[in-house]
Design a protein around this ligand. Structure first.
Ligand code: ASP
Length: 345
């Protein structure tokens, strides 16, 4: 049964367009002081839930986000977990899908909602999409399913839709519907009613304690293949001693050039201890190594097939796994399986 009682929510501003207002003096955009948010969105005063606001220090444009910022976001949720029924993270759209993926790996067994949202237009502008995004994210985070949260876990709310965070990608730099989740159905939709698709919502096992995986290892690379890719470009990457793992963005169902130099470089990188995770450049569908001859060699070299994972989830999953002190065997097991719903299981 859906219930609607007063909830307490923590709203964390990390930076990005949603928190910007125009300075009347010179018309430049500057960060809003959130203690005055109801001046920009008076509708917030009508919300019956208890809302607490905080800004992270420092606030950053999301293009400047680093694993350290994710650690601060995850720790903030972890430390306040008992005090609040849910969390809204206001974040720039550019790397929101990376941050949502990262937090889904940072925070294991989340039984409360952590909803990321932001906007394409600053909150201080009349036509802003931030008003609807923020208000609906609050309303969604507050809905209960009996005594539990209706949408536990890390999600992204944008333009009427709630997506699973680690399945989402930013695909438009200008439309209000900036995000898509091609390999996973939406979790909820807001129209006249808030509609929840419970069959798509990954509910955690009840009673499991929240675990914070604190450290991320940034020594992960991203190699996107293209026709005509040269050895001169690839070699410095695959012989870089600092890189623990590489996300290989391949064509279609996981294909790359079969040129001998390329396969040899990949194979030598893996022999020297590196991990390669194959993800598709296509937004929808899955990597299936061995379906074509052009990916069979990768499979033989020891490349992991990334299934239907997004690049954002692949990069952050590797950073998280290499940040933990776990055996190679355990790491490989995690690469082949879903940790937090990021791949089909
Ligand atoms: N560059 C901004 C950011 O990602 C854009 C936005 O907020 O949407 O922080």
């Amino acid at each position: 049964m859906k219930t609607y009682t007063q909830q307490s929510l923590l709203i964390i501003y990390t930076g990005g367009t949603i928190g910007m207002v125009e300075d009347p003096a010179d018309k430049s955009l500057k960060p809003l002081d959130f203690s005055h948010i109801s001046k920009e969105i008076p509708e917030l005063l009508k919300i019956e839930h208890e809302l607490q606001w905080m800004s992270l220090d420092p606030i950053v444009d999301s293009s400047d986000i680093k694993p350290e910022n994710w650690e601060i976001m995850a720790e903030t949720v972890y430390k306040n977990y008992k005090k609040y029924d849910g969390f809204i993270i206001l974040h720039g759209t550019d790397t929101m899908a990376y941050s949502a993926s990262a937090l889904s790996f940072h925070l294991e067994n989340l039984a409360k909602p952590v909803i990321f949202t932001g906007s394409q237009l600053p909150i201080g502008l009349v036509r802003t999409d931030g008003r609807e995004n923020l208000i609906s994210a609050i309303e969604i985070a507050a809905v209960k399913n009996n005594n539990d949260s209706m949408v536990p876990g890390v999600s992204i709310y944008f333009e009427n839709k709630l997506f699973q965070g680690n399945r989402t990608t930013k695909y438009s730099a200008e439309n209000f519907n900036a995000f898509i989740s091609p390999n996973y159905p939406i979790l909820a939709e807001s129209g006249v009613y808030l509609k929840f698709f419970k069959e798509n919502i990954p509910y955690p096992r009840s009673g499991d304690k929240l675990i914070l995986h604190k450290k991320f290892n940034p020594h992960v690379g991203l190699l996107k293949v293209f026709p005509g890719i040269t050895r001169e470009f690839v070699e410095p990457i695959l012989t870089n001693k600092h890189l623990r793992a590489i996300v290989l963005e391949s064509f279609g169902a996981g294909n790359t050039t079969t040129e001998k130099w390329f396969i040899t470089l990949i194979s030598n990188y893996i022999k020297s201890g590196g991990v390669v995770l194959n993800v598709s450049q296509c937004l929808a569908g899955s990597v299936e190594q061995g379906r074509y001859e052009t990916s069979l060699e990768l499979e033989k070299a020891g490349v992991f097939g990334g299934s239907d994972i997004t690049t954002e989830a692949a990069v952050t999953k590797l950073m998280c796994l290499f940040g933990q002190n776990i055996s190679k065997k355990k790491l490989f097991k995690h690469l082949n399986n879903s940790i937090s719903g990021e791949i089909i299981s």
